[in-house]
Design a protein around this ligand. Structure first.
Ligand code: MN
Length: 242
């Protein structure tokens, strides 16, 4: 059994939220196929503060979370898109927090969304918005998401932002005596596997589970102090941006 499973950046209400993959994944936790002591939603469960954008299948995810929370403790960590989510979180019976700490295999692990470390968002709101529009356009013309994923990884500004989140998050966690930190927000998966230098640069391990707005969706598992990054392999048509 996992000590925790961490998902982030579900962006419910957004037109590219991969709801079918998400529902299948959550159901596998709910029905015991993927046993875990707790489920952590690491921010941006919602795409916007405007709950009118939530469609029926988005509400269904919330009601599934409500049912799951009877058996598995769920923690919802605040993200920059979540807005007044605290109200909803208490309606569906999950704990709401700015950050969360857990101990697994005697290692102290910090979980937080990561927008706190992203100054680009505050400094360049228009550019951020423009980049989101371009990204959605690429998703629309190429529903396999290859183009959008490649564009993201080719953008120096984007990669620099993701790097800043990593640097600042690990520094913050190191100051507070944590062994590892798990963020979301950048929509870019990260783990020691794709950066062998990361553990040499800092004693704090950094992980990012990616997002649930493109396929394949990413998530983190924690067991006996070991954190791992996975992709949810899901054989179905992706939900394209409209
Ligand atoms: Mn975010």
């Amino acid at each position: 059994m996992h000590d925790a499973i961490i998902l982030s950046d579900l962006h419910l209400g957004g037109d590219n939220a991969q709801v079918l993959a998400l529902r299948t994944f959550l159901e596998s936790i709910h029905n015991g196929e993927r046993p875990t002591r707790q489920l952590i939603l690491n921010g941006d469960v919602f795409d916007s503060h405007d709950f009118r954008r939530l469609k029926k299948h988005h509400w269904r995810i919330l009601s599934l979370l409500r049912r799951m929370s009877d058996d598995v403790p769920i923690v919802w960590i605040n993200g920059n898109h979540d807005g007044p989510a605290e109200v909803i979180s208490s309606l569906i019976g999950v704990q709401f927090a700015e950050e969360y700490e857990l101990v697994s295999g005697q290692r102290r692990i910090l979980v937080l969304h990561g927008h706190q470390f992203d100054s680009f968002l505050d400094d360049h709101p228009l550019l951020t918005r423009a980049a989101e529009v371009v990204y959605r356009m690429l998703q629309r013309v190429d529903p396999t998401f290859q183009m959008a994923r490649r564009a993201k990884r080719a953008s120096k500004t984007f990669l620099r932002c993701a790097e800043l989140v990593r640097e600042r998050a690990t520094a913050y966690a190191a100051r507070r005596g944590f062994d590892a930190v798990c963020c979301g927000h950048t929509h870019l998966e990260a783990g020691p596997c794709d950066d062998p230098l990361s553990t040499e640069q800092t004693p704090v391990e950094y992980f990012n589970g990616g997002c649930w707005t493109e396929l394949p969706c990413g998530y983190l598992t924690i067991r006996d102090g070991h954190i791992a990054l996975h992709h949810f392999v899901f054989d179905a048509e992706p939900v394209a941006a409209v």
